[in-house]
Design a protein around this ligand. Structure first.
Ligand SMILES: NC(=O)c1ccc[n+]([C@@H]2O[C@H](COP(=O)([O-])OP(=O)(O)OC[C@H]3O[C@@H](n4cnc5c(N)ncnc54)[C@H](O)[C@@H]3O)[C@@H](O)[C@H]2O)c1
Length: 335
């Protein structure tokens, strides 16, 4: 049994803590959270700050606001605790570099919370694309369109520019495309903000070029309700009703595949022939639990599926998108 600590008991931290309580290989050693009411929801020792923890811990799950990840990872690693750090790894590259350095200095692993990589359907998609079932990948098209409730942005850190869906949500989609297709070598993005007009990007399009020559796009909005998006397509999030609709389409030189249905289209040599569809089914997995199981393996010496340096690459592309979409905002609001 690994004794784990969870720091930050907000939206995702509370889910981590419950996943630990339910996991046969882990024990919730304590929680760290300045809000006493949130701490009280868990019947384990609670602390207001990480450096107050005075009991033995095998690993730390850091689900604190993203701009505190480097501070908290440095404290945890110095205490000898390998970390599972929520995504994004930090809010800027300097912060990510601090985590990479602290991990190296302590000689302890950091796993980053890009939990989508643990879905069985995502793993299978990667095998299909990288295993040659659709030939060489040529293009990818992804959509993520939801309408977030106004309360999501009211009276908290998401109220200003930090509430843009780029750092909160697109970081997941970008990491998913990196995991499936390869490294991003070029990125161009355009933002829009004309629905809420709340001083931050709310919609946009992202164009990506990958190191294998494939190109891809992501269209996103947090102001437009739709059945298209990773969470609703995969039904992964208890707070977001599922649609089961596809949200990602990848075409290659010999066929194509849509996700999450994992429908593989093949058999057409050129556009005069009809491709044949072959749907696949994979057992649905709970990605947060799978990620936790992997973190427990990491504590026993396994290599992290996504370490801090890898997550830094996802962050670098996401920051580039953030910067380019903000530039578009400034143009709009200045006019
Ligand atoms: N993997 C995912 O799907 C997913 C989903 C949501 C959030 N996240 C990430 O998780 C992190 C937290 O996001 P959230 O939406 O849960 O935020 P949140 O605001 O709901 O929760 C953050 C919590 O951290 C607490 N906190 C603040 N300072 C602290 C400190 N010094 N020590 C301990 N706790 C402290 C806050 O009181 C709050 O309860 C962010 O990095 C976010 O990007 C990941």
């Amino acid at each position: 049994m690994k004794r784990l600590l969870v720091a930050g008991l907000g939206l995702i931290g509370a889910r981590h803590a419950r996943a630990i309580l339910d996991h046969p290989g882990a024990e919730l050693a304590c929680v760290v959270e300045p809000d006493a009411a949130l701490r009280a929801a868990f019947d384990v020792p609670g602390f207001a700050a990480l450096d107050e923890v005075d009991l033995p811990v095998d690993g730390a799950v850091l689900a604190t606001p993203s701009n505190l990840h480097a501070d908290h990872a440095e404290i945890a690693l110095a205490r000898g605790w390998p970390c599972l750090v929520e995504k994004p790894i930090e809010v800027d590259l300097a912060g990510a570099d601090r985590i990479v350095a602290a991990s190296a200095q302590a000689g302890l692993p950091v796993l980053t919370g890009h939990h989508r990589r643990y879905h069985a359907s995502v793993r299978r998609l990667r095998e299909i694309v990288r295993g040659g079932a659709i030939g060489a990948p040529v293009l990818a098209n992804m959509i993520w369109a939801v309408r977030k409730q106004d309360a999501y942005f009211e009276g908290n850190w998401r109220a200003g520019a930090a509430g843009s869906p780029v750092m909160i949500n697109m970081v997941h989609d970008i990491d998913l495309l990196r995991f499936v297709l390869g490294e991003v070598v070029q990125v161009t993005a355009m933002g829009a903000a004309h629905v809420r007009d709340a001083g931050r990007v709310e919609s946009g399009v992202i164009a990506l070029r990958f190191d294998n020559g494939a190109v891809g796009s992501i269209a996103f909005s947090d102001a437009a309700p739709s059945p298209w998006g990773f969470e609703s397509g995969t039904r992964e999030n208890p707070n977001i009703p599922g649609s089961g609709q596809d949200c990602l389409w990848i075409a290659g030189t010999r066929g194509s595949v849509s996700f999450p249905s994992l429908t593989v289209w093949s058999g057409a040599e050129d556009w005069r022939q009809a491709p044949v569809a072959r749907p696949e089914t994979v057992a649905q997995t709970d990605a947060l639990t799978e990620q936790l199981s992997h973190f427990i393996d990491v504590l026993d010496g396994a290599q992290p599926l996504i370490d801090a340096a890898d997550a830094r690459r996802t962050l670098a592309t996401t920051l580039e998108v953030e910067q380019q979409t903000r530039a578009a905002e400034v143009t709009k609001w200045a006019s």
